[in-house]
Ligand binder design. Structure first.
Ligand SMILES: Cc1cc2nc3c(=O)[nH]c(=O)nc-3n(C[C@H](O)[C@H](O)[C@H](O)COP(=O)(O)OP(=O)(O)OC[C@H]3O[C@@H](n4cnc5c(N)ncnc54)[C@H](O)[C@@H]3O)c2cc1C
Length: 524
């Protein structure tokens, strides 16, 4: 990136644009890049000092050269089509292991290692025979077929429910994923509590629900976690999540989009054909004209900007922890090398029964006694995020994503609850380690341990995620309903579109709503 391409807080160059994009999250940048490529004049307004929203890399530990994906960390839903069409200089790398789940059976430390060589043997050693592995294979085959049929539709106009069902052409899969709570399929297909839990976690990432929730929010979450790029694989963004945002910002600027950081939209007025956006920046307040406004901010923010009725409140339910270690801890399960176990998703306290208990406790207003979480080490797959001094000394990054910690638990005292929950979460991890994880933490330039934790309340404050909800709102099934327009990005105002996670088929690092809003704006 050359000096004149760095994010600019300078005043926008023009009084009026074809499109003003409110928010420079990755979706806003995707929308801007598509529109600018189509020859439109585009202004992106980002209220923070950098673009990316929840898809950024930062050096969170003072004096330490480690660029961590601070919020989102793995990529699955970003279509290769978008990477190619925008010519992004961005790549992902496969993890050598899909997941590892430590367990204690008969008083002995053991675990389930999934992905790569030894998966069948690991299932057999844990569950006693080959049945769970065969069930796993069958279930994976089912989700893979669904993925191949559903994923390509995400970047097309919304299909109707009937169209999608016909496209799936699999009555059992439709029933399991779209009609019955996912808990039914999990219990029908698997017998082992730990295996059931591993399957269920895909339904609970960023979603506060029980396996049998009649609303099916857990099914929607499950669906988006198994269809990415028609494989459902979750891959490592090379260079960290900020590398994607940087590539998108470069692509948008290269085709003429203006990106202004420290510029907050405070009001949108529209008559359906022309809009005026009030912008606050270090230089003062001004009004910018636009034929169309694409809003990357949340549905809540959209309503506030337009003076419309706010949508139903959203609530996030996760704890995000970033750590830098001087070494990976040794595991009590001696059969697996920590370099393999931490390369995939490392599940903690995520047995099926444990997940149900944690949900019940949190729904009753208590932090889970055994908080479920999952961990992964980015630097094992992509050490490029570590400065040379750290990489050569064997330092590793660790990301922890905790489940079932809804924002309401932190409302009274965010700091104290955060500390208590972090302690309880790390204790669950420690139960499977030969040494406490805190003994492995690196120290920052001031001698403090390299660990930071973000609750939903922190995320709302830092990123304006409504209630700290990582997807802006609960995910929706990827088909048209009475309220959706052609692309799932339309609003009550003809020239205002939602181009962020809150659109139908938004949520996650995907660029999908950004792409779809651009297509809607271009009349496709
Ligand atoms: C802790 C965490 C972990 C996650 N992990 C993953 C993961 O591993 N993989 C995955 O796929 N997804 C993950 N997600 C979800 C994913 O990151 C988000 O769904 C996605 O990044 C949303 O992108 P977006 O561009 O739609 O919105 P955002 O990233 O929220 O960006 C919106 C932007 O709009 C700006 N903005 C808001 N209001 C205004 C205004 N009035 N004026 C100007 N600018 C404004 C904000 O500052 C922000 O930059 C995670 C999210 C979190 C928080």
């Amino acid at each position: 990136m050359s000096a004149d391409e760095t994010p600019s807080a300078a005043t926008p160059a023009h009084d009026s644009y074809d499109a003003v994009v409110v928010g420079g999250g990755h979706n806003g940048l995707v929308a801007a890049a598509y529109l600018a490529r189509a020859g439109q004049s585009v202004l992106v307004l980002e209220r923070l000092g950098a673009t990316g929203g929840a898809a950024v890399s930062t050096r969170p530990f003072d004096g330490i050269d480690a660029r961590l994906s601070r919020y989102s960390y793995l990529v699955s839903l970003l279509p290769q089509k978008i990477v190619q069409e925008l010519g992004l200089g961005f790549a992902v790398r496969k993890r050598t292991v899909s997941s590892y789940t430590p367990a204690v059976r008969g008083g002995r430390s053991t675990g389930l290692l999934v992905g790569g060589e030894g998966t069948r043997e690991s299932f057999a050693a844990l569950t006693g025979d080959g049945r769970e592995y065969e069930a796993w294979q069958r279930f994976q085959g089912m989700t893979r077929r669904v993925a191949e049929r559903v994923f390509p539709t995400l970047t097309e106009p919304l299909p109707s429910r009937e169209d999608l069902r016909a496209r799936l052409d699999d009555a059992d899969a439709w029933r399991a994923l779209f009609e019955e709570p996912i808990g039914v399929a999990v219990e029908e297909n698997f017998a082992d509590d730990l295996v059931r839990g591993v399957v269920l976690t895909d339904a609970l990432i960023g979603t506060f629900a029980d396996a049998h929730d009649p609303s099916l929010i857990q099914n929607r979450c499950f669906l988006y976690h198994v269809i990415g790029n028609s494989t459902g694989d979750w891959d490592v963004p090379v260079g960290g999540m900020g590398a994607l945002t940087d590539a998108l910002a470069d692509a948008a600027r290269a085709t003429g989009a203006e990106i202004r950081v420290l510029h907050e939209a405070t009001r949108i007025e529209t008559d359906g054909t022309r809009a005026e956006v009030t912008v606050r920046s270090p230089g003062g307040e001004r009004v910018v004209g636009a034929r169309r406004v694409l809003v990357n901010a949340s549905p809540q923010a959209l309503a506030a900007l337009l003076g419309d009725e706010p949508p139903a409140p959203a609530e996030g339910a996760q704890l995000k922890v970033n750590m830098l270690l001087t070494r990976l801890p040794k595991l009590r399960d001696r059969s697996v090398d920590p370099h393999r176990a931490f390369a995939g998703t490392f599940h903690i306290a995520e047995g099926y029964g444990q997940l149900a208990t944690a949900y019940r406790e949190a729904a009753a207003g208590r932090p889970p006694t055994a908080p479920p979480s999952e961990i992964y080490c980015h630097s094992l797959t992509d050490p490029s995020i570590l400065g040379p001094g750290l990489a050569s000394r064997g330092y590793q990054t660790l990301t922890l994503f905790g489940l079932h910690t809804p924002a309401r638990l932190f409302a009274a005292d965010n700091g104290t609850t955060r500390d208590a929950l972090l302690g309880a979460t790390l204790a669950e991890l420690d139960a499977h380690l030969e040494e406490p994880i805190t003994d492995c933490l690196a120290l920052d330039g001031d001698g403090r341990p390299c660990i930071e934790a973000k609750t939903p309340v922190d995320l709302e404050r830092e990123l304006r995620l409504p209630g700290g909800h990582i997807f802006h709102r609960d995910l929706s099934f990827p088909y048209a309903t009475g309220e959706t327009g052609r692309w799932g990005v339309e609003t009550a105002h003809a020239n205002v579109l939602l181009c962020g996670a809150g659109a139908v088929r938004g949520g996650g690092v995907s660029g999908v709503p950004g792409h779809n809003a651009a297509m809607a704006a271009l009349g496709r």
